[in-house]
Design a protein around this ligand. Structure first.
Ligand code: NAX
Ligand code: ADP
Ligand code: K
Length: 497
């Protein structure tokens, strides 16, 4: 699914109004009704709402929600934040339609409000039309409502839809939930803005699909239907040779578990055959823990010191539990030089690369690097904010012609053409030892099965997060561990299919 900029959203709104056709006022009614439907499903009729409306179209949405909630017998008060006397036309119309609701006007001379703590605030002051940081009396209002529980409409007021580098973070609404129209906005995917956005929920409002299809967009969010369309059926007469032969290179003394987790995930994700290249002491451990995996044994006991014959494999993943021994570093260099196809590179393999940046130029193109933020920082240096981090990620992917999977909540996947795909599956239970190793196994599995590097990265991250969500459902995010994510892969496949 495409992530439109505020400007593109405005164009999509205008195109929909002109071509669906639908009147602007009816599109507002449709959008606000979606919010109303969500609110009444999630808040009891005892709830008391104060709805803060700007005088643009975001405020217009707020007025429609006020009317619908009143009709449904909720207690509702409206506060109009008069930042201008130039009311939008749809705002004016909806003000006229509002009946039996107390309306208070707040402005420069009168910005005092008293809100009881149990009141739920609906924030419809500014949406995508914000042009400058909030200040003055509007900032005072924001500070006051921020003490209450807030549902933000479209965007938390004060947050720009994309770039907040020039913003004043003191004067932004802190929502518990943001009900956003049609698609998430880029700013909602940045960790730094979670404080303001809270959980976001996308409400489709039927913007013109043909128009959106034609837009050239850099940022995307992976939807369930995107994942579904990528997943290939397994043909009735298929045999294990069809599903590829993966090689995983990993493990060192005390870190054999990482290689096991990765290997098990690789098999569970559907690869036909798997060989693990590991240090000699890992042989018995691996064969006992995972009889389905074949082993290729390095000459050294405690770490990997050589590259196996690569000719029979369809994909290679390297890194889990690898360690940083000098000979292991040389092995990685040889692997990079000798591989004719993309590698999946994780964990210590990334740390070795960070120490030997000249090797980056020799990476097979479309190799998939899966750093967490600290590993990425070792590769590219520090950043000041999430916008800058995304820029660094894109530039790195373009310059090195690789795929960068930057892990975390809303993992971002940057492609060699600079396009970015954000993931929305997964949860904080996945912040647990070894869950990254599981991801390496899954992505390597997809590559071996013949998925393209782009598909392997996107589908791998999606499935990994979904398996995390299954594990959370069964075990809670407090108790789940990396093995549980592997055990949840079958059910996660069921959720995609
Ligand atoms: N037909 C449409 O275009 C639809 C629009 N919708 C709503 O409309 C919103 C966008 O509406 P608007 O474009 O009217 O914009 P907003 O309602 O977000 O803002 C209104 C105006 O505020 C002024 N402003 C911006 N920043 C300011 C600041 N810091 N201090 C004081 N004034 C400031 C600007 O003049 C801006 O045009 C969306 O976020 C969404 O909620 C929805 O109703 C769906 C349909
Ligand atoms: N809060 C979170 N929400 C969603 N996914 C998360 C969260 N925290 C971690 N993850 C996922 O868990 C994995 C952790 O990987 P990594 O940091 O490499 O762990 P390890 O090194 O222990 O294997 C990544 O895929 C990451 O996206
Ligand atoms: K808002």
């Amino acid at each position: 699914m495409k992530i439109l900029t505020a400007q593109q959203t405005r164009e999509a709104d205008a195109y929909t109004i002109a071509n669906e056709p639908i009147e602007s006022i009816d599109l507002m009614e449709r959008a606000a009704t979606k919010c109303f439907d969500w609110i009444i499903k999630n808040y009891s009729s005892e709830t008391e709402f104060s709805i803060f409306c700007g005088v643009g179209n975001n405020g217009g949405d707020g007025l429609v929600i006020a009317r619908l909630l009143k009709q449904a017998n909720y207690k509702v008060t409206v506060f109009v934040v008069e930042f201008s006397d130039n009311y939008s036309s749809d705002f004016k119309t909806n003000l006229g339609r509002l009946e039996k609701v107390e309306v208070n006007y707040l402005n420069q001379d009168n910005s005092r409000i008293v809100l009881r703590p149990n009141i739920v605030v609906i924030d419809a002051i500014f949406g995508s039309g914000l042009t400058r940081p909030i200040d003055g009396f509007i900032a005072e209002i924001v500070h006051q409502i921020n003490k209450n529980e807030i549902i933000a409409i479209d965007l938390p007021s004060g947050l720009f839809a994309e770039d907040n580098r020039e913003n004043n973070f003191d004067n932004i609404v802190k929502a518990k939930i943001t009900l956003t129209f049609q698609q998430p906005k880029l700013a909602m995917l940045f960790p730094q803005n979670y404080f303001f956005v809270g959980e976001w929920i996308v409400l489709p409002i039927g913007l013109h699909q043909g128009f959106i299809f034609g837009l050239n967009v850099t940022n995307h969010i992976v939807s369930t239907s995107d994942a579904k369309s990528m997943l290939k059926p397994r043909a009735k007469f298929s045999h294990k040779g069809i599903f590829g032969h993966a090689l995983l290179v990993g493990g060192s003394k005390g870190k054999m578990g990482a290689a096991i987790l990765s290997a098990k995930a690789c098999l569970r994700a559907g690869v036909g055959l798997l060989t693990v290249h590991l240090p000699a002491q890992g042989l018995e451990i691996m064969q006992t823990a995972l009889p389905e995996a074949m082993c290729s044994v390095s000459g050294e006991n405690d770490f990997i010191a050589d590259v196996p014959d690569l000719s029979m494999y369809s994909a290679i993943g390297v890194g889990p539990g690898l360690g940083l021994e000098k000979q292991t570093q040389n092995t990685l260099k040889l692997l990079i030089q000798n591989s004719n196809y993309p590698l999946v590179i994780d964990a210590d393999a990334l740390n070795i690369l960070a120490e030997n940046k000249t090797w980056l130029a020799f990476l097979p193109s479309e190799s998939i690097l899966t750093p967490h933020p600290k590993e990425f920082e070792r590769l590219v240096g520090k950043w000041d904010c999430d916008e800058e981090r995304l820029e660094l990620q894109k530039q790195f992917a373009i310059k090195q012609q690789v795929i960068v999977v930057l892990k975390g909540a809303n993992t971002s996947i940057a492609l060699p053409n600079g396009y970015v795909y954000f993931n929305a599956t997964g949860n904080s239970g996945m912040a647990t030892a070894g869950s990254g190793d599981v991801l390496t196994g899954i992505i390597t599995s997809f590559l071996a099965q013949g998925y393209s590097p782009k598909e392997s990265a996107i589908l791998g991250v999606y499935l990994h997060g979904l398996a995390g969500d299954v594990a959370k459902e069964n075990l809670t995010e407090y108790a789940m561990i990396a093995s549980d994510i592997i055990d949840a892969i079958p059910k996660a496949y069921g959720w995609i299919n």
